[in-house]
Write a protein that binds this ligand. Structure first.
Ligand SMILES: C[S@@+](CC[C@H](N)C(=O)[O-])C[C@H]1O[C@@H](n2cnc3c(N)ncnc32)[C@H](O)[C@@H]1O
Length: 265
């Protein structure tokens, strides 16, 4: 994958005692010119995306993230089983960030239309700055409560695929936002995402886990592929395992599906 810039940052990871933090609380420092140390949490995406190349240096070069490649490959393989060309897809990439998944979909797989979406403007700005030819359009919106104008513009794209990589759960995209995005995909369309392995564990009673488990065993999704793989390394160098999942939406999901499975906002 291309790094948008040759700029490199002096990144300093904290001592190991700071490591019993949740994945969204993990932090590092960068040493800026003049020696100033700036503390940044992994989930301070606004701060990370403001610095061209920092996201790639941290998550892809140093922590060896493989997820866009993995999810893209499994999507193509699933489509091949039903002899549909991946190139014809019209994809909504939710939690698109600065475009790592978008780059794979566009450059490696050649999808026909690609629309990014994220909740922070810094993500869209970084995507257009670093990968200007990847997304046809990019929405900055809260998909939990889409404005009617955004809803209409999104519907005009007639999506037949939703992707979401390294963005579901964990203080990132909540069930309602993922659900609303899924509803933008027509019946017979595809969904491809990854999720932390514990989300499939019945002892995990968080809203997102419940939603995903209910969805994949429901009549609204035919699962084509689930694979456990190494998403990336932790700061300690330990493998972090995720599941990549590809499915085909079989029908419009009832508007009260979340309530039916015991989730309310
Ligand atoms: C780890 S980045 C993943 C970026 C990209 N998909 C990739 O694979 O590199 C997670 C992204 O999800 C976005 N995000 C977090 N919560 C969100 C929400 N509720 N709706 C949309 N995007 C969200 C963040 O702003 C961030 O850009």
């Amino acid at each position: 994958m291309n790094s948008p810039t040759k700029q490199r940052y002096r990144v300093k990871f904290p001592p190991s005692t700071a490591h019993d933090l949740d994945q969204d609380e993990v932090y590092f420092h960068i040493i800026e010119e003049g020696g100033r140390e700036v503390k940044i949490r992994f989930h301070d995406y606004d701060q990370i995306f403001l610095r061209p190349g920092l996201y790639e240096q941290l998550f892809y070069d140093r922590l060896k993230c493989t997820s866009p490649t993995k999810v893209g490959e499994l999507l193509e393989r699933s489509l091949a089983t039903v002899r549909e060309p991946i190139t014809a897809l019209r994809v909504l990439d939710l939690g698109a960030g600065n475009g790592m998944m978008g780059e794979v979909l566009k450059e490696r797989h050649g999808v026909a239309r690609l629309v990014g979406a994220d909740i922070i403007p810094e993500a869209r700005d970084a995507a257009f700055r670093d990968r200007p030819d990847v997304y046809d359009e990019y929405f900055v919106a809260d998909f939990c409560a889409l404005q009617s104008g955004d809803q209409e513009r999104l519907e005009e794209w007639s999506f037949d695929c939703l992707t979401s990589v390294a963005a579901l759960g964990f203080g990132d995209i909540p069930p309602r936002a993922f659900f609303n995005s899924l509803q933008l995909v027509k019946s017979g369309g595809w969904v491809a995402f990854n999720i932390k392995e514990s989300f499939f564990n019945h002892s995990d009673q968080t809203g997102f886990s419940k939603f995903i488990r209910e969805l994949i065993f429901s009549e609204y999704l035919d699962v084509y592929h689930i694979e456990r793989y190494r998403h990336r390394l932790s700061m300690e160098g330990a493998p972090l395992f995720y599941f990549a999942l590809v499915g085909q939406k079989t029908a419009t999901i009832p508007a009260d599906f979340l309530e039916m499975v015991g989730l309310s906002d």
